[in-house]
Design a protein around this ligand. Structure first.
Ligand code: ADP
Ligand code: MG
Length: 605
């Protein structure tokens, strides 16, 4: 069903048909499109790529979607519909609880505020379509929409109808875990591979085990809980802080829940955060410090329930954790550190964090849309090195071995030598970044290479970088003298760099380009000068008879100019002075070589 390898547009032709990729989530939704061959998510006018799946229906027929709808909740809680996805394709009576009263439709389905779940979902889809058209500056009429793997035919058909009501032809309904696997590039794993997708969102949890063969994914097993997610944690926190929570009116509950959610998100980054709800019920206020440990204690039973589902799904699929090729985290709630730890422990491996968990499904839908529309280049962002990789060399300079944007897998190498006579160890510092000086780049690792002690500049150490298709960097250093190899593996860091960090690094390299270049020129000239000055002084002392008086004067003046420029710390004058000294000593150096050869011949005779 999915075959990126045979995708049209592979030959760089990216003029295809525009198809949107949409994650229509229970709590949040997002839309993307392939632009210039790359899948990207599209941000609204405020720059946000995620839209809450909330719809406000005003008494006068006005409709608002997303954050604007959520803001209306404190004033008109009964007119805001959230989590409508729970009602998609359901019969009246199947869902017992909902944020607004449910009515029975003539056909036995459910209605809320006089609308079918498809009609409410269509409002969210219209908003996403509008955001996309605003960003892309052209009309969009087709979409790929994702649904949970466990959605039945009725639920899938309802999703398709919602798309049509929004003016979108739904060219494919795609399973959320499959979309996530595509976003993580798992379709490029070996011929036959198994992956687990752990998706903990706002109101639902599911774990799916997928098998991929020849670019086609099949869901082997899926288990979950449609009443388990981040919202439960918000509720537990609000209840914990306001013991009379359940007796409050709807508006007060919304205020406390909104603040609980904000604090919860903050605690994924920080160890503690202040919960502030001034006049939450009109008269009382709450202000208290919440720690990550306290939140984790509340999360513990929820996390334990997800792990039970994981074990069941693995058993359904007849798969042990060791047989899995990857474990992927999806859903905003997997940003919670305790969730990540629990998953890592159960699966016995660190989860892949290279994608934003709350954007992966939309990104995967976009990739599928790009493949179907023929706008997707075969090469996706994961396939290139986002930043240059290299090693530190003499003088603290960055020596690039694999430049930025090189397609992986790849390998490249260079020869290095010893900086001092008798040196028996060389430290290899593996660096990533775009700056000229090593200290301004990121160190991915460092190790020591032993080699036979030799005079300065005589030892030969070859350093080779190899990045495999999984983005794992292997650095090999070989002492050419002894043939001894030192191999170090640097996992993941080379390719899995956060987009924002790449942007920042590239931005800084441009910003500092002139200073960096000046520093590199100075350092290179200084190294040369430090080598040249003592050598010239020594030669003049040993074989001064070989130079004419005028030549000697020029050499001495040139050497003085080098010392001056060194002291002044000016890059270009130093470079010029070193070149002048080099030129001034050219004839002298040739004469020295000639004399050395004559002497050697004499000795032999
Ligand atoms: P869904 O698929 O159900 O629409 P998402 O995957 O978008 O949901 O996840 C939404 C949930 O993720 C919400 O409960 C939200 O509070 C939670 N969430 C988002 N960011 C964070 C974070 N940084 N830390 C903890 N929870 C988060
Ligand atoms: Mg989701």
């Amino acid at each position: 069903m999915i075959d990126p390898a045979g995708a049209p547009g592979e030959s760089g032709n990216v003029t295809g048909e525009l198809i949107l990729g949409i994650d229509l989530g229970t709590t949040q939704s997002a839309v993307g499109a392939v632009e210039s061959g790359f899948p990207i998510l599209l941000a609204d006018a405020d720059g946000r790529r995620i839209t809450p799946s909330a719809v406000w229906f005003g008494a006068d027929g006005a409709v608002e979607v997303g954050r604007k709808a959520l803001r209306r909740r404190t004033v008109e809680p009964g007119r805001v519909v959230t989590s409508v996805k729970r009602l998609m394709g359901r019969r009246h009576g199947e869902e017992r609880e909902f944020c607004v009263p449910m009515e029975r439709a003539a056909d036995g389905g459910v209605k809320v505020l006089g609308r079918s779940p498809e009609e409410v979902s269509a409002e969210i889809l219209k908003e996403l379509k509008r955001i996309a058209e605003m960003r892309l500056e052209r009309p969009a009429g087709k979409a790929v929409i994702t649904v949970p793997a466990y959605f039945n035919d009725a639920q899938r058909a309802a999703t398709k109808r919602a798309g049509e009501l929004a003016g979108l032809e739904v060219v494919r309904i795609l399973s959320e875990p499959t979309a996530a696997a595509l976003a993580y590039g798992l379709d490029k794993l070996g011929e036959r591979s198994r992956v687990a997708v752990y998706d903990l969102g706002g109101g639902t949890f599911d774990l799916s085990v997928l098998e991929m063969q020849d670019g086609v994914f099949q869901v082997l097993a899926t288990r979950g809980d449609t009443r388990l997610g981040g919202d439960d944690l918000d509720l537990a926190l609000a209840r914990g802080l306001a013991p009379d929570f359940d007796t409050l009116d709807a508006a007060a509950k919304v205020r406390l829940l909104d603040e609980a959610e904000r604090v919860k998100r903050a605690l994924s980054e920080r160890e503690s955060e202040t919960f502030r709800a001034p006049f939450y019920d009109g008269s009382r206020s709450l202000e208290t410090e919440v720690t990550r440990a306290e939140l984790e204690a509340l999360a513990k039973p929820l996390v334990a329930r997800t792990l039970t589902c994981c074990r069941q799904a693995l058993s359904d699929a007849g798969t042990g954790v060791a047989e899995l090729d990857a474990v992927v985290l999806v859903g905003g709630s997997t940003r919670i550190p305790a969730v990540r730890r629990a998953v890592a422990e159960l699966f016995g491996r660190e989860p892949d964090l290279s994608q934003h968990p709350d954007e992966a499904v939309a990104l995967g839908a976009t990739i599928q849309a790009g493949v179907l529309g023929g706008t997707m280049r075969r090469m996706v962002l994961l396939d290139v090195t986002p930043l240059s990789l290299g090693v530190e060399t003499f003088g603290g300079l960055m020596n690039v071995i694999i430049p930025r944007n090189t397609t992986i897998p790849c390998k490249a190498g260079e020869m290095f030598t010893n900086a001092a006579t008798g040196q028996a160890l060389m430290r290899v510092r593996v660096l990533q970044g775009e700056r000229e000086m090593a200290r301004d780049n990121w160190e991915l690792g460092n190790f020591e290479v032993p080699f036979e002690p030799m005079p300065k500049g005589q030892a030969r150490v070859g350093v080779q970088f190899r990045i495999d298709e999984n983005g794992i960097l292997e650095v090999l250093a070989r002492d050419v003298g002894t043939g001894r190899d030192t191999v170090v593996e640097i996992r993941n860091a080379a390719v899995d760099v956060d987009d924002a960090a790449v942007e920042k690094m590239v931005g800084e390299s441009v910003e500092h380009a002139f200073d960096d270049m000046a520093e590199r020129i100075f350092t290179e000239a200084r190294l040369k000068a430090e080598e040249l000055l003592p050598a010239v002084a020594q030669a003049l002392a040993d074989a001064g008879d070989l130079v004419a008086a005028g030549e000697r004067q020029e050499i001495e003046q040139a050497a003085a100019a080098v010392r001056e420029a060194l002291a002044a710390g000016l890059p270009n004058p130093l470079k010029a002075a070193v070149q002048r000294l080099d030129k001034a000593t050219e004839a002298f150096a040739a004469a020295l070589v000639e004399r050395a050869m004559e002497e050697a011949l004499m000795r032999r005779m």
